[in-house]
Design a protein around this ligand. Structure first.
Ligand code: SF4
Length: 314
C-alpha cells in the first residue's frame, strides 16, 4: 500500500548521541517504510516513531506495517531545494536513506532520486548512499557527474552470497550477484565505494566461506572499504526476527535466545567473529577505514571549490 504525503522538511538532523559513530549529521529519506522487507531490519522502529498510527491496519505482526505501508514524499524536491539553498546551509554530507532503501521497487515508478540527485549536482552537495538494489544503476550518470564535483559514497549491502537464503531474508532486494554489478559499475567513477556486510547473522550468514566470498568479490570490484557488523536485536526488530526464526528456522530459536540474552550477541561470539573477519579482510587487502577516503575526497573537493573561486575572482 502506497500513500503520497507532503513534507515541509527534506533533511533531518541526526541526534547528537547517534552521530558519535557516524561520518555525517544529516539524513534524507524520500520514503517512509521499505518494501525490501528484510527480516532483520533495524529501521522498523521508525514507522511507529514517525507515524501516529502504529501499525498497518489489519497487520498483527510487528514490522509488517513498515514493509507494507510505504509513504511517498512526493514534494521532496521542493523541500530539499529550500534547505540546500538556505544561506546557513554548509554543504554538509547527507546520508540518503538512513531508515529506508532509496532504491526500493517503488522508486522505479516515482523517480524521486533523479530529482534529488539533480539538486545535489546543482548545489555540489556531498552524499552517501547505501542500497541493496541495482536500480541505482538507472542514476549512474547523475552520480558519476556529482562524484566529479564533490564526495559521493556508494555502498552496497550484502549479507549472503546464497541466493535462496537472500531471497528468504531480504525478499524484495536485488539478488547478491546483481548488487555486485553496482560496485563493478561505480569502480570507474570518482565515487568512493564500499561493501557493507551488515548485519552478519549468527548461524545463518557467519560462515568463513560466505564472508570470504563476499570480501573477495568486493576486492575484485576494488571497493575503497569494507564495513562488517553483527546483528543487533532490539525492540520491534527483535520480536519480528524471532517470529521469522520460528517460521523459517525453528531449530535456531534456542541458540539465538542463548546468544541474544541482551540486544547484542554475546561478547565471546563477537570477539571470535571479528578475529576471523580481520584475517579475511587482510587476505583480501581490504581496509575497514571508511573515514579516510571520505576525508581525502572532501578535502580535494574543497580545494577544487577554492581554485574555482580564485579563478572567478580575476
Ligand atoms: S533495505 Fe534496509 S531499510 Fe529496507 S527493509 Fe532492508 S534493512 Fe530495512
Amino acid at each position: 500500500m502506497f500513500e503520497e504525503i507532503r513534507v515541509t522538511k527534506a533533511l533531518n538532523k541526526i541526534k547528537a548521541t547517534s552521530r558519535l559513530k557516524l561520518p555525517y549529521s544529516w539524513d534524507l529519506n524520500i520514503y517512509r517504510g521499505c518494501e525490501h522487507s528484510c527480516h532483520y531490519c533495524y529501521a522498523m522502529y521508525s514507522h511507529s516513531y514517525l507515524e501516529k498510527e502504529k501499525k498497518c491496519p489489519g497487520s498483527g505482526e510487528e514490522g509488517s506495517g513498515f514493509f507494507q505501508k510505504i509513504y511517498v514524499k512526493t514534494d521532496i524536491e521542493e523541500a530539499l531545494e529550500k534547505q540546500l539553498g538556505a544561506r546557513n546551509w554548509k554543504k554538509e554530507v547527507i546520508n540518503i536513506g538512513g531508515v529506508c532503501d532509496s532504491y526500493q521497487p517503488v522508486e522505479a515508478k516515482y523517480g524521486l532520486m533523479r530529482k534529488v540527485l539533480a539538486l545535489m549536482i546543482e548545489y555540489k552537495n556531498p552524499v552517501i548512499i547505501s542500497t541493496k538494489s541495482d536500480l541505482i544503476l538507472r542514476d549512474y550518470n547523475l552520480l558519476k557527474e556529482l562524484a566529479e564535483l564533490t564526495y559521493v559514497g556508494v555502498a552496497v549491502t550484502v549479507t549472503t552470497m546464497d541466493k535462496k537464503l537472500s531471497s528468504l531474508l531480504e525478499p524484495l532486494a536485488s539478488p547478491p550477484e546483481e548488487r555486485f554489478s553496482v560496485l563493478r559499475a561505480f569502480k570507474d567513477t570518482a565515487a568512493v565505494t564500499g561493501i557493507h556486510m551488515m548485519p552478519i547473522l549468527p548461524f545463518l550468514t557467519d560462515s568463513p566461506q560466505n564472508l570470504e566470498q563476499i570480501l573477495s568479490l568486493a576486492a575484485e570490484c576494488e571497493v575503497d572499504y569494507a564495513l562488517p557488523g553483527v546483528l543487533k536485536l532490539r525492540g520491534e526488530t527483535r520480536k519480528h526476527f524471532f517470529n521469522f526464526l520460528e517460521l523459517s528456522f525453528p531449530e535456531l530459536v534456542d541458540p539465538y535466545r542463548k546468544l541474544y540474552a541482551r540486544g547484542e550477541a554475546d561478547r565471546a561470539y563477537k570477539t571470535k567473529l571479528y578475529e576471523v573477519l580481520c584475517s579475511l579482510m587482510e587476505k583480501s587487502h581490504l581496509s575497514g577505514d571508511y573515514m579516510k577516503p571520505m576525508q581525502s575526497k572532501l578535502a580535494r573537493s574543497k580545494q577544487l571549490r577554492l581554485t574555482d573561486f580564485s579563478k572567478n575572482s580575476f
